[in-house]
Design a protein around this ligand. Structure first.
Ligand code: PLP
Length: 387
């Protein structure tokens, strides 16, 4: 019997090593890995630059307290703020800590400016913001919250894509609206640009902060963030997963205005932003900043999307929709998604499910066209088998 607390429905398989888009079992079986730690190993397994960085940094300095200046942290924050909407970054270890920090920053802002009654956040049905108590009750998915009461108060949930409901829910206590730019666990549901603009307008009209959760989508859609193409400027953006390329790293990006309340002592973390994590975060950026990197992600995303759409058109009884942007893709299937994923595993390809009977596909951003072709072939084979 395993001594690990049994909170995951694990597949009976384990892996020994990985390289790029592939991962290998103890027995030497090779799988095309389009889970990549659920959108986390953004540069694939064991990217040379990340391996070299971790080796070099591990000989220099692993961890120092945030009681001291950490130059690698300063550097990563500067590189992020120089290239995004944000003025400040606060480093965490995970996505849920980043969303939790976002909630705290929003509440503290209104407290600081003398409107402490503005402390409630509007969230959306089907969202996922992590597993800490506040993040759980922000998303309010009964599958995740049951038995974890008392409920953490301060969230008002509305149906996804219901602009009128958002409008009706805003009151004198509302501080912010929080939404994933692309709902990941919810089924790769992209919030249309017009909706993002609508939410920004409501925030401006009612003096609210806009929190866009990009924990799953950051770096993955052909730009730093998925919201960028909409032209909308958020106030707070939690990120994690891909920004550490597989090393535990989260961050909360924030504007100068929204950061108003965050003075000494208001937030902290023992590990958040330590030299080892920061070296890796910077190493991920070194690659992301290479010429035409995002352009290539977009190109590969289109290539993959076209391939998936061709299969959808060929097998309309199996695939009803191809979702997502860049290399954050989902296929909504009309057969059981768990069964489909199992069959893909028989063909040595790993994928991960989401709500709405969706299968998520997270190729690493360094994926080659022939690997995308391989994925398309395997998906097509399963469609044939299930047709
Ligand atoms: N927010 C979003 C949009 C996520 O997809 C996730 C994880 O899947 C989280 C927050 C929580 O991240 P973590 O599991 O790193 O705590």
């Amino acid at each position: 019997m395993s001594s690990v607390l049994d909170t995951y429905a694990r597949k009976p398989i384990s892996f020994k090593e990985g390289k790029g888009s592939y991962i290998f079992t103890e027995e030497g079986d090779k799988y095309l890995d389009f889970v990549q730690g659920i959108a986390t190993n953004i540069l694939g397994h064991c990217h040379e630059h990340l391996v070299k960085t971790i080796q070099e940094q591990s000989k220099k300095l692993w961890h120092v307290s945030n009681a001291f200046i950490i130059p690698e942290q300063e550097r990563l924050a500067k590189r992020l703020t120089n290239n995004t909407f944000a003025d400040f970054v606060c480093f965490q270890n995970s996505g849920t800590e980043a969303t939790e920090a976002s909630i705290k920053i929003a509440r503290k802002y209104f407290h600081k400016i003398g409107k402490p009654e503005k402390n409630r956040i509007i969230t959306f049905k089907g969202a996922f913001h992590g597993r800490t108590l506040a993040a759980l009750f922000a998303a309010n998915n009964p599958k995740h919250t049951e038995g974890f009461g008392p409920k953490v108060d301060g969230f008002d949930q509305v149906p996804f894509a219901d602009h009128e409901a958002v409008k009706k829910t805003i009151n004198k206590n509302t501080a912010a609206i929080m939404i994933e730019t692309i709902m990941g666990e919810g089924g790769i549901k992209v919030v249309p640009d017009s909706c993002l603009k609508g939410l920004r307008d409501l925030c401006d009209e009612h003096d609210l902060l806009l929190i866009l959760d990009e924990v799953q989508s950051a770096y993955r859609t052909g730009s730093f963030f998925a919201f960028e193409k909409s032209g909308v400027m958020p106030d707070i953006v939690p990120v994690a997963k891909g920004i550490g390329g597989g090393f535990p790293l989260g961050a909360c990006l924030v504007t100068k205005k929204a950061a108003t309340g965050m003075i000494h002592g208001t937030h902290g973390s023992t590990f958040g932003g330590n030299p080892l994590a920061m070296a890796i975060g910077n190493a991920v950026l070194d690659i992301i900043f290479e010429k035409d990197f995002f352009k290539n992600v977009k190109k590969k995303g289109e290539y993959f999307g076209n391939g998936l759409n061709k299969i959808k058109n060929k097998f309309p009884k199996i695939i009803s929709e191809v979702r997502g942007i860049g290399l954050m893709k989902g296929i909504k299937v009309l057969v059981d998604n768990t069964e489909f994923i199992k069959k893909l595993m028989d063909h040595k390809m790993l994928t991960v499910k989401a709500e709405e009977n969706v299968i998520r596909l997270f190729p690493p951003l360094i994926v080659e066209d022939n690997e995308l072709d391989e994925a398309i072939n395997k998906i097509q084979m399963v469609c044939k088998e299930m047709n």
